[in-house]
Design a protein around this ligand. Structure first.
Ligand code: BGC
Length: 496
């Protein structure tokens, strides 16, 4: 079995970030413990059939209990940074600043202190899908007040943790936040059951909802960035970025139709979020033209909201780096009218095609497409110049039943996947792309949203049935440690 390291580690710079990551809802458990209140995901997981294996996120890794031990797992990997998210409703039980849960604050402060005592820098994501239920009931991100709610929450984070944290992420992947969990979508029937936000109350149609939810998140991100720069930066000197799902397309053929559909997918699924922030302060022109045309055709005032001049100024250049969660390239071609289409396929006039390429793990969607990551970097460079890029997630799942996969600790498929992606990043660095770090998703098996515990992304295996939720390193954990070690040695040698 091949455990060889990437061949181009010598191109990685000295201060390169080697990280691993988790998200609060996926690992902490203990919702309603230590003063935490519920989030939309606690609500969703209670809807029968919503989580494939009906697993209980409260009983995942119980990171709320085992956080000290988890810092030792990170230390054993040799990572320089740990990206984790804070649970909004653990810090603010009503979602608003009328009440601060000091126990929650202490939990994250202790985690940051423990990390730093072990030579690991925290990277805090302020929002990773676990929206406080009470705010959801007030309209979630459909309510314009969400900009202020999030800014107020961020202020508390800067005040409470800012002396310990030098790297911040506002939102993890706005698109999923805009399209499920927060907004009930017709094409996701299980989410549409409940909780249904009475859209009429907000004078919004389902048609407009995801675009508006995304719009408010972009404004909330920018507002937090400005707050930090104006009130905290001079003392705390940190950096703030935002994370997008990385996108690159493969096409079923080379026809003009397919290639243009692929371009539209990149606009709808990637540039939509990034153009306002890293481009000229507004949505991609192709989206604006098409959505205004569709609005007129459908008799709506607008579907894709407009920024005012002042908002454009606030949003433009409101990030110090772009985070990319990279999993795979997508097969995209000309539009097919299908009831399972997402709103983005319908509006963007493209469709996803299934591909015949080998999957990494059974029928799970993941494939090993490192060239797509390079494509994604190039899309960023072509559109936004040399903005620093943090690969904020990259990883693959163990999905096969144990009897096919064999010993779940022998995850050679994951080693292959990580090696290929680190090698691709090395190529991009050699090509002068400004990549500042790599983050292996995930530190340990955890609650994989609708897939529950059935799909495992961890470098460490978690025995969800054991009372201690025992963590055991998989082969990939040793591989990642060796890789980081080797790169550090190369740097030391060249410095002599
Ligand atoms: C999300 C993670 C998730 C991963 C794998 C990412 O887009 O940020 O929370 O576990 O995908 O599905």
């Amino acid at each position: 079995m091949d455990e060889s390291l990437p061949r181009n580690l010598h191109v990685f710079p000295k201060d390169f970030i080697w990280a691993s990551a988790t998200a609060a809802y996926q690992i902490e458990g203990g919702s309603e413990e230590g003063g935490e209140t519920l989030s939309v995901w606690d609500h969703l997981r209670r809807i029968p059939g919503c989580i494939k294996d009906n697993s209980d996120s409260n009983l995942s890794c119980e990171g709320f209990k085992h956080w000290k031990q988890d810092v030792q797992l990170l230390k054993a990997l040799g990572v320089t940074h740990y990206r984790f998210s804070v649970s909004w409703s653990r810090i603010l039980p009503t979602g608003k600043t009328d009440k601060i849960n000091e126990q929650g604050v202490e939990f994250y402060r202790n985690l940051c202190l423990e990390l730093k005592a072990n030579g690991i820098e925290p990277i805090i994501t302020m929002f990773h899908y676990d929206f406080p239920i009470q705010l959801h009931e007030e309209g979630g991100f459909l309510n314009r007040k969400s900009i202020a709610w999030f800014t107020d929450f961020a202020r508390i984070c800067f005040e409470k943790f800012g002396d310990l944290v030098k790297t911040w992420v506002t939102f993890n992947e706005i698109i999923p936040n805009a399209s499920f969990g927060v907004v009930p979508m017709e094409n996701l029937p299980k989410f549409a059951l409940d909780p249904v936000i009475p859209l009429e109350q907000w004078n919004i149609t389902k048609r407009q909802a995801p675009y508006l939810a995304a719009h408010h998140q972009i404004l909330a991100h920018a507002s937090v960035y400005r707050l930090y720069k104006e009130e905290f930066y001079s003392k705390q000197k940190g950096k703030i970025g935002i994370v997008s799902g990385g996108r690159a397309a493969e096409t079923p053929d080379e026809s003009k139709e397919s290639l243009e559909a692929a371009k539209r997918m990149i606009n709808w699924q990637f540039l939509w979020m990034n153009e306002p922030i890293f481009g000229d302060g507004d949505y991609p022109k192709i989206m604006r033209d098409r959505m205004d045309y569709l609005a007129e055709k459908e008799g709506l005032k607008e579907i894709l909201p407009k920024f005012t001049d002042e908002e454009r100024k606030m949003v433009k250049d409101s990030a110090d780096f772009i985070g990319i969660n990279w999993y795979l390239s997508l097969m995209v071609g000309k539009y097919r009218n299908d009831p399972s289409n997402s709103f983005m396929e319908n509006d963007g006039d493209y469709s996803f095609y299934s591909d015949n390429n080998e999957k990494i793990s059974g029928d799970h969607w993941l494939r090993n497409t490192p060239n797509g990551l390079i494509e994604c970097f190039k899309t960023i460079r072509d559109n936004y110049g040399n903005v620093p890029i943090l690969v904020s997630e990259n990883g693959c799942a163990d999905h096969l039943p144990v009897q096919i996969l064999g010993d779940p600790l022998n995850d050679y498929h994951r080693i292959r996947y990580i090696r290929a992606h680190v090698e691709a990043i090395g190529k991009a660095i050699a090509d002068d792309l400004n990549i500042i770090g790599y983050t292996a998703w995930s530190l340990m098996d955890n609650f994989e949203w609708e897939d529950g515990f059935a799909v495992r992304f961890g470098l460490y295996r978690v025995d969800f049935d054991s009372p201690e939720k025992t963590r055991t390193p998989k082969k990939s954990a040793f591989f990642y440690r060796n890789l980081i070690d080797e790169q550090k040695k190369i740097v030391e040698k060249t410095e002599l």
